[in-house]
Ligand binder design. Structure first.
Ligand code: PGA
Length: 241
């Protein structure tokens, strides 16, 4: 089973998102990949749609760890429930760096949504300085502080910050090496994210310990995201040879 997740971030309107998801739903239902793929879309909060599609799962990019209350600008579990949403991204580097989410807060959020039974895509990834000074493994371990790595609905996404939105993905060697390290203590699906596109997805998905991809920019166009999903079929064919 390969996992494909589209993170729209602060892009696309509600109308665009609806048209996209309908197109994606129809694409996934038509391909032989049914049953072998799990496809998520994380729309912008203002474009959340009801999670009622047959093949595409609509999830939340973010929410505060609360049912509801005095938290200006946030959404809580009550709002997500109205949309039937039961999956969420937690720990994305843009939340950590731009919005200052600490590991303590992220761990609280994780515990809250795990208790609520959500499918959690938990994101980790080092910046360039960490990669250059050789402390990647220590750093990645620190991003699991307070996180229940045995949580049954957990998916982990390794997204090196220097590869996000830059057009330069990590090398296959770096991905393979880091995923092998993650696999040494994680028994959950492992996604890679960071400049995944329709050209490099096939070879990334072919790597050992890569169970799927989390895609930002290249997911914004439906045809490109469908090509990324399709590239798994190509890597499956290569594998069976
Ligand atoms: P990118 O973003 O594909 O644009 O690099 C990935 C992400 O932030 O999840």
């Amino acid at each position: 089973m390969a996992i494909f997740a589209a993170n729209f971030k602060c892009n696309l309107t509600r109308a665009q998102t609806k048209a996209y998801i309908e197109g994606l739903e129809s694409y996934v239902s038509r391909t032989q990949s049914v049953g072998k793929r799990e496809v998520f879309v994380f729309p912008n909060q203002a474009a959340l749609l009801e999670n009622t599609y047959g093949f595409v799962r609509v999830g939340a990019q973010n929410a505060h760890c609360v049912e509801n209350g005095g938290f200006t600008g946030e959404i809580g579990a009550q709002q997500l429930r109205e949309f039937g949403i039961d999956s969420i991204l937690i720990g994305h580097s843009e939340r950590r760096t731009i919005f200052g989410e600490s590991q303590e807060y992220i761990a609280q959020k994780f515990a809250y949504f795990a208790k609520a039974g959500f499918r959690i895509i938990y994101c980790i990834g080092e910046d360039l300085a960490v990669r250059q000074n050789g402390s990647v493994e220590e750093f990645l371990r620190s991003e699991f502080r307070g996180i229940d790595t045995k949580y049954e609905n957990l998916i982990v996404a390794y997204e090196p910050i220097w590869a996000i939105g830059t057009g330069v993905s990590a090398s296959l060697e770096d991905i393979e090496h880091t995923h092998k390290f993650l696999r040494s203590f994680l028994d959950v699906p492992l996604l890679y994210g960071g400049s995944v596109n329709e050209t490099n997805a096939g070879e990334i998905l072919y790597l050992a310990n890569v169970d799927g991809v989390l895609v930002g920019s290249a997911s914004l166009e439906l045809t490109r995201f469908c090509e990324i999903i399709e590239s798994k079929a190509t890597s499956d064919t290569a594998e069976s040879k």
